[in-house]
Ligand binder design. Sequence first.
Ligand code: PEP
Length: 257
Amino acid sequence: MTERLPLMAGNWKMNLNHLEAIQHTQKLAFALADKDYEAVEVAVLVPFTDLRSVQTLVDGDKLKIKYGAQDLSAQDSGAYTGEISGPMLAKLKCTFVAIGHSERRQYHGENEEIVNAKVKAAYRNGITPILCIGEPLEVRKAGTHVEHTLAQLDGALLEVSAEQAESIVVAYEPVWAIGTGEVATPEDAQEVCAAIRVRLGELYSAELADKVRVLYGGSVKSSSAAGLMAKPDVDGALIGGASLDADEFVKIVRYRE
Ligand code: PEP
């Protein structure tokens, strides 16, 4: 079995202006500087207006923090007012981009076709997608959460090659757990994360599935991180609200301590 490097990614959502972003990133860097954190990859997914500030800090101070955006356009350029393209993010040296977050699906009507086009746009531009999938509460109550989530995975990866998919990060984010304070149990997270890995094996190969990192997201806090990370198919977390508190985010990153 491949040793998968855990990934802790903070999703700042629509919070922190570029000055606050500098302060916050400096706090993270300071708090993570006293130990060697190569054992965990740390990333922040920030508003577009913060990217340049975060890039300057990370590059200038050679910080180990990775960064990326929360969305991108499916198009690379053109008459798409208000959109931000893959080439623009690549120029800012983004490592990651979140795609298909439930808030994009809910408030911006993003369906599987759009999510699939955005995944392809990310790969076209050398950016690693953090693909967000997961079921709403009514689907969970109906007991069809695994099927629902796997259908989203299938749709997002349509015509995506194995060479590309090998680097994808999949975040299982049950919608009922996002921003609600109601974290999934480690067993619930493991059930779906394991099913995602099995499906990746069916779509591509067991070898690829073994390499791909599958994260859990939804109200993760420092009190729940270690329990989730103890599960064999949970390779990290996507952290929203708690990532805005630098001390709390750092505690999550240090879930092993
Ligand atoms: C998220 O935004 O992806 C998320 C998981 O948010 P929260 O941690 O606040 O539930």
